[in-house]
Write a protein that binds this ligand. Structure first.
Ligand code: SAM
Ligand code: ZN
Length: 386
């Protein structure tokens, strides 16, 4: 097998030579995920400083080992990292890479992730799920494994299901209906967040989302784990549905487990389409993300600029509703040209509404203002421009 050496973060990793990233490669490595790994290093450092105790990390889908090896070297307080993969070639390469980097707090193992997580119940306080495609078949095991005060990190690359291109696999895997709207990536992230919350609830555990993002072809969530039946019940009150009218762009939020079946759009009388069940509560945590931004100054990462930009945008989403308007969709409905995004946000804020950009798209408006106010603001700005 031909190899190449990759420098990422503070480690050097050997991976099979490739011209095109493929899940059929003997050992999987995707350079596009460097930002994902950089952000994980920042998130785990932030988590470690919040709990102020040793970390026992499970990299359940290790591939070449790059992720776990980076955690071992770059995350403060890491006592041990278990790097696991079901593929023996990946396991051999992870072992070699751990040794080459001179790290002795790494254990490499070759198991099905579900078996590892069940056998090692309570042994980790960070569980990282980074599989091919859907994480759904592994979440119950992660819920069994993680103790109170643990941290769960999950990647999903099956965005075509979660974001509504193919609704059937979303229902099959996540027991939820997606909807292909302008904000479908946020809906996908919330469907995944809701699915995780229900899975943990079976064990009287509940999740607090610390940082979540939709980048390139994947969704990624970080959530801390707490325990208690009553608090879990309370937490599940954040589950609900989103109603969306494709005729007039109006959307409604239903924070309850009753889907608004057969509902008509209160604004235009059109048909309301429904997405969910999904997580309607917060998916970003301001303190956690601020902590990650501060960590960038202490920890050298290659994707520093991209990481800071993304973190600032995610932080600005705190306190905003679970959907957003797309300025182009609003303007095409109004048949006008588009004013600048910043001018719309500024005017909405002047009028007393919460308004912020979003990391989901550069043309998104996250605001507490109802649709008609957004439209009035857009029309006013277009008229001013003359
Ligand atoms: C997306 S790759 C992991 C990439 C790696 N975390 C990184 O950042 O480079 C998914 C890995 O999961 C492994 N895998 C697939 N099914 C598995 C299972 N049931 N249990 C454990 N590993 C599995 C594959 O062999 C593959 O190496
Ligand atoms: Zn309508």
């Amino acid at each position: 097998m031909d190899h190449m050496l990759i420098n990422e973060g503070q480690v050097r990793i050997k991976v099979p030579f490739f011209e095109k990233v493929s899940s059929r490669a003997p050992v999987f490595y995707n350079p596009v995920m460097e930002l994902n790994r950089d952000l994980s290093v920042l998130a785990y450092n932030q988590f470690q400083s919040e709990i102020d105790s040793d970390l026992y990390i499970c990299d359940a889908f290790g591939g070449s080992g790059i992720r776990g090896i980076r955690y071992s070297k770059e995350v403060k307080g890491t006592q041990n990292v278990v790097i696991n993969d079901i593929n023996p070639q990946a396991v051999a390469m992870a072992r070699e890479n751990a040794a080459e980097n001179g790290l002795d707090n790494i254990t490499v193992c070759e198991k099905d992730a579900n078996i590892l997580l069940r056998r090692c119940k309570g042994k980790f306080n960070v569980v990282d799920i980074d599989p091919f495609g859907t994480p759904a078949p592994f979440i119950d095991s992660a819920a069994v494994n993680l103790p109170r005060d643990g941290l769960l990190a999950v990647t999903a690359t099956d965005t075509s299901a979660l974001c509504g291109t193919y609704p059937e696999p979303c229902l099959r895997k996540y027991s939820s209906k997606p909807l292909k709207t302008e904000y479908c990536h946020e809906t996908g992230l919330r469907i995944l967040a809701g699915f995780l919350s229900f899975a943990f609830a079976r064990y009287q555990k509940y999740l607090t989302f610390k940082f979540t993002h939709s980048t390139e072809h994947y969704l990624r969530l970080y959530a801390s784990v707490r325990k208690g039946a009553k608090k879990t019940d309370l937490n599940l009150k954040e589950m609900g549905y989103i109603g969306h009218c494709f005729s007039c762009l109006n959307r409604t939020i239903h924070k309850e487990m009753n889907p608004p079946a057969g509902a008509k759009c209160p604004k235009c009388g059109g048909r309301m389409r429904v997405a969910g069940p999904l997580w309607c509560g917060e998916i970003q945590n301001s303190d956690f993300i601020s902590g990650m931004i501060q960590k960038v100054e202490q920890i050298p990462i290659n994707q520093e600029n991209k990481a800071i930009k993304l973190l600032e945008l995610c932080k600005s989403e705190v306190g905003t509703p679970p959907t957003f308007y797309d300025i182009h969709a609003v303007c095409s409905k109004l048949k006008t040209s588009a004013p600048s995004l910043m001018s719309v946000l500024d005017l909405l804020k002047e009028e007393g509404y919460v308004a912020s950009p979003t990391h989901f798209t550069p043309t998104g408006i996250k605001t507490s203002a109802p649709l008609e106010v957004v439209e009035t603001v857009v029309k006013k700005l277009v008229a001013q421009k003359g």
